[in-house]
Design a protein around this ligand. Structure first.
Ligand code: BG6
Ligand code: MG
Length: 218
């Protein structure tokens, strides 16, 4: 296989924290009297905290100053951290541990490329903090997905060329980021939503990477 490294998004790929982001944003939206549903939530996946808040406020045509926005984002984050603190390794998504073991056996490097500033905390809670060669999170980049910065930095830190990396993503913005960085992307989730990905799988359970990649037409 010609690939040297895999880069994983965290939320919704390694662990189902996407549901906690949803519940925390929903609580905030309810408090300020805004509509919030799964379709709006889809636009927030992979997107930074402040950009997510801007999206929610924009659909309600609400304008707040920077101080107010910061305090709203902090409230949302406090609730999200409460969820994180109650997490354990039971919440690692199906098939992930087996897939990480497989990559170790093949000598393929592994990185996290996440927009979240809480990525390290989440990885500690689920006991995976030591399973990756490199962790790049939202504290280390300036540009949010679909900009490829987070994935390019992960590749650089692993000393692997971008075109030798495969990205695993559950978000449309993340798929675009991978492609913007010249990386192949496997979408995790609904093929209709993630149609821009090179391949889409529902779960890591039973994943045979060599077989999947062999279906790619160059
Ligand atoms: C991404 C999530 O991984 O991280 C987004 O998909 C989230 O939903 C973003 O907004 C930023 O996370 P945090 O933890 O820094 O607010
Ligand atoms: Mg995600």
């Amino acid at each position: 296989m010609d690939f040297k490294a895999c880069i994983f998004d965290l939320d919704g790929v390694i662990v189902d924290t996407a549901k906690y982001h949803y519940l925390s944003w929903k609580r905030l939206a309810d408090e300020i009297g805004l509509d919030f549903n799964h379709s709006i939530n889809e636009q927030l996946k992979g997107v930074s905290r402040m950009k997510s808040l801007d999206t929610i406020l924009a659909q309600g045509k609400l304008h707040f100053n920077e101080g107010k926005k910061f305090s709203l984002a902090t409230r949302k984050n406090d609730w999200f951290i409460e969820y994180l603190n109650n997490m354990s390794s039971n919440e690692i998504l199906p098939g992930i541990l087996q897939f990480l073991d497989y990559l170790d056996g093949e000598g393929i490097k592994k990185a996290i490329g996440s927009a979240s500033k809480n990525a390290r905390l989440a990885l500690e809670k689920i006991d995976l903090i030591d399973r990756f060669d490199v962790i790049v999170d939202g504290n280390m980049v300036d540009k949010a997905k679909p900009d490829p910065e987070v994935f390019l930095l992960a590749a650089q830190k692993m000393y692997v060329e971008p075109r030798k990396c495969i990205v695993f993503e559950d978000a449309v913005a993340g798929i675009k980021a991978a492609h913007n960085g010249s990386m192949l992307c496997v979408g995790i989730g609904n093929p209709e939503v993630l149609s821009e990905a090179d391949f889409v799988i529902r779960t890591f359970e039973g994943l045979d990477l060599k077989n999947l990649l062999s279906n790619k037409q160059d």
